[in-house]
Design a protein around this ligand. Structure first.
Ligand SMILES: Cc1cc2nc3c(=O)[nH]c(=O)nc-3n(C[C@H](O)[C@H](O)[C@H](O)COP(=O)(O)O)c2cc1C
Length: 188
């Protein structure tokens, strides 16, 4: 197979589409985020990667709290708005009609309309180049009842968004299932 080299590009797919929530100047603010990942299972931890210029970044500090809200495809316009507008200029929660609630952590604003909400506490902040890598403990998980099957989270009911960056920056839904994990490879 012929290949072309493209230099050190940030090519890693698929990327999740999330809404990060934090309290900034005493007000809940939400931004779209795609550079995020799980980081540990025991204890449950995740990472977000946030440019230092973001208004949301001002509300994220060691020991502080933030939220990760997983939107569904039906919320694509609100997600994109939270990714192009800054909380420094606009009350995005109000413009998007988000119903904000709080769980155990009183400073991690959660979006009721998002089917899954994670409450997080900042453990480490590692300054990289333009971005801060934030490593956080996941303290609580809220799931909309209509996204459960047999009392467990059913991702297909969440209908999450995937962020595609190439050849064009777009949002997509999950594709078709192609095999059972930890199973389909056994025949080899
Ligand atoms: C789909 C999408 C994904 C994004 N992912 C990130 C990200 O992972 N990290 C980041 O710093 N900015 C990301 N952004 C940009 C911020 O969401 C955007 O700059 C936003 O306006 C910041 O809001 P704030 O100033 O209220 O914090 C993303 C934007 C979009 C549309």
């Amino acid at each position: 197979m012929n290949k072309v080299t493209k230099g050190p590009q940030v090519s890693l797919y698929p990327l999740p589409v999330l809404l990060i929530g934090a309290m900034v100047d005493g007000k809940p603010n939400f931004m779209a985020a795609a550079w995020s990942s799980l980081a540990d299972a025991d204890p449950p931890m995740l990472t977000i990667t946030i440019r230092r210029s973001r208004h949301t970044r001002d509300g994220i500090e060691p020991g502080g709290a933030f939220s990760v809200n997983i939107p569904s495809a039906a919320q694509v316009r609100e997600v994109d708005f939270c990714g192009i507008e800054s909380g420094s200029r606009t009350d995005k929660a109000e413009r998007c009609g988000f119903t904000v609630f709080y769980g155990e952590l009183e400073t991690a604003p959660l979006i009721e309309q998002c089917p899954v909400n994670l409450e997080c506490v900042v453990k480490h902040i590692i300054e990289l180049g333009a971005h801060s890598l934030v490593v956080a403990d996941i303290r609580q998980t809220h799931i909309s009842e209509d996204c459960l099957t047999d009392d467990a989270l059913d991702v297909t009911k969440v209908d999450p968004l995937v962020y595609l960056t190439s050849p064009k920056r777009r949002y997509a839904r999950l594709g078709e299932v192609v095999g059972d994990a930890y199973t389909v490879g056994r025949g080899l």
